[in-house]
Design a protein around this ligand. Structure first.
Ligand code: TAP
Length: 452
């Protein structure tokens, strides 16, 4: 039995030791999930809905504990961590309405009638990254369970604690044995079995584009359904006619939230040239005002990075050649700290402009007009999210239609609302999560002809 030490990124102390699930144990759990299917699927929709609501209530009564675990395991600020636990509750509540709304259709045909049924797929494997352990898990398992599937979930090796607790809460809420199982372990072991074991009928993967490609290839070999939520290099477009004070005051939170470890981080600010100086003058105090420190403190706005190796990776983007405009602060001492950093790159080909840094580093470039703004925003292999700041509604509409990304916000940095679809274009992903159709995406349409 191999055991992983879970490290607190704020103190570098070991907070837990977690047993890793082996490939054989993963197969046993998948077989258990497969055996649990018929009863879960046959449950009256209203009863499945009631169990999901009980699961939501169990999460609600454990929000403070879950949040505390996330602060210690992931270094998330306590305010964010409470929101994240609450998001799992809300997503469960939202999809608890789905079992009773998975309608088929009745289609008139010659000689009889056709009826369609939304049938659950079977066992669904959910693979979660370390940056948002709770919400990303919930966005997968809640609609999958609602549609009558059973779920095996693999948290990231670095951040398994809240997922393990969610598994316990599901059991306490009465979710039947085998219906929702959390399997901590390595991606190359547990995650790979989700891809390779034929009893798993769909893989929901959130993580890097590189691993996503491998998952997609593995699923293609078995004609297995797959949803991919991958990386981002998102633009924050600020036009001269925008409310510049608001755009500058909120820009740090659009990129430095969760220490920039966010696929939706607006890590490329693109400003109309005529207001560049004014915008930078407003941005500097906003960046220096970001409160970086102990994530357990209610006033803290940004905590540490997840690990020593991730700190080394983020640091590699800012060296003595990098043109740093200004920086915020970060504590000394133990912990994987990196200060909020604003870079004015020398070229659009610089690594820091092209690659997903996944840390608190933002580049600022300029554009002349709408056409160049759209061209720069699209000059990336990614297409996940982005923001457009302008007071001109027509421009907002034109630019939103022109930017190739799955989720855009006008005069806001909001990215994910569980009531609306979420997902990426280009190399940012495949398929959509959340929104009113997500439970349906965990079903297959069965078409039955009845001769009259
Ligand atoms: P990855 O290294 O891709 O890991 C993501 C998950 O996949 C982890 O649970 C990992 O397990 C597992 N995994 C690794 N190799 C695997 C394999 N061969 N087969 C199956 N599973 C495997 O990403 P990360 O570094 O944790 O997360 C950061 C990335 O996620 C960023 O690119 C970020 O943009 C992206 N992200 C995207 C979104 C959305 S919604 N689009 C949201 C959050 C994050 P281990 O435990 O072994 O690492």
């Amino acid at each position: 039995m191999s055991v992983t030490e879970v490290i607190n990124p704020t103190t570098e102390a070991v907070v837990a030791r977690v047993e890793q699930t082996s490939a054989e144990e993963t197969d046993i759990a998948i077989a258990r999930a497969h055996r649990a299917l018929p009863a879960w699927k046959a449950l009256a929709p209203g009863d499945r809905a009631r169990l999901l609501r009980r699961f939501a209530e169990a999460v609600d009564s454990d929000v403070d504990n879950l949040a505390d675990l996330e602060v210690r395991n992931s270094g998330h600020t306590i305010g964010n961590a409470r929101w994240e636990a609450g998001n799992v509750r809300d997503v469960l509540q939202y999809y608890s309405a789905a079992p009773e709304r998975l309608f088929g259709r009745q289609i008139p045909v010659p000689g009889g009638v056709n009826i369609t049924f939304a049938e659950p797929l079977g066992v669904v494997g959910v693979i979660v990254p370390w940056n948002f352990p709770m919400p990303i898990a919930g966005w997968g398992f809640a609609p999958a369970l609602a549609a009558g599937n059973t779920v095996v979930l693999k948290p990231a090796e670095l951040t398994p604690l809240t997922a393990i607790r969610l598994g316990e809460l599901a059991r306490e809420a009465g979710i039947p044995s085998g219906v929702f199982q959390v399997l901590p372990g390595r991606g190359s072991v547990v995650g790979q079995r989700f891809v390779d074991n034929p009893l798993v009928r769909k893989v929901v993967f959130t993580g890097s584009t590189e691993v996503g490609r491998q998952i997609m290839a593995g699923c293609a070999a078995r004609v297995k359904r797959v949803t991919l939520e991958l990386g981002g290099k998102n633009a924050n477009l600020v036009f001269a006619d925008a409310d510049l004070e608001k755009a500058a005051a909120t820009a740090p939170y659009g990129v430095f939230d969760n220490a920039g470890q966010d696929c939706c981080a607006r890590s490329r600010i693109l400003v109309q040239r005529s207001v560049f100086d004014k915008f930078m003058a407003l941005l500097e105090p906003a960046v220096q005002g970001v409160v970086v420190g102990d994530p357990g403190n209610e006033k803290t706005e940004m905590g540490p990075l997840i690990s020593a190796s991730h700190l080394a990776s983020v640091s590699s983007y800012v060296d003595s050649d990098t043109s740093v405009a200004f920086r915020g602060s970060a504590p000394d001492g133990p912990g994987f700290w990196f200060p909020p950093t604003v870079v004015t790159p020398r070229s659009a080909a610089d690594r820091v402009v092209v690659e997903e840094v996944f840390g608190p580093v933002v580049t600022v470039q300029t554009f002349a007009d709408e056409a160049e703004a759209i061209q720069l925003a699209n000059d990336t292999e990614y297409g996940l999210s982005g923001s457009i700041w302008t007071e001109n509604l027509g421009r907002a509409m034109r630019v939103a239609r022109g930017v190739e990304a799955g989720n855009l916000s006008v005069n806001s940095h909001s990215s994910v609302r569980y009531t609306t679809p979420f997902g990426g274009a280009k190399q940012s992903g495949l398929g959509r999560e959340l929104g009113p159709d997500a439970a349906l995406a965990f079903t297959d349409t069965k078409n039955v002809f009845f001769a009259s």
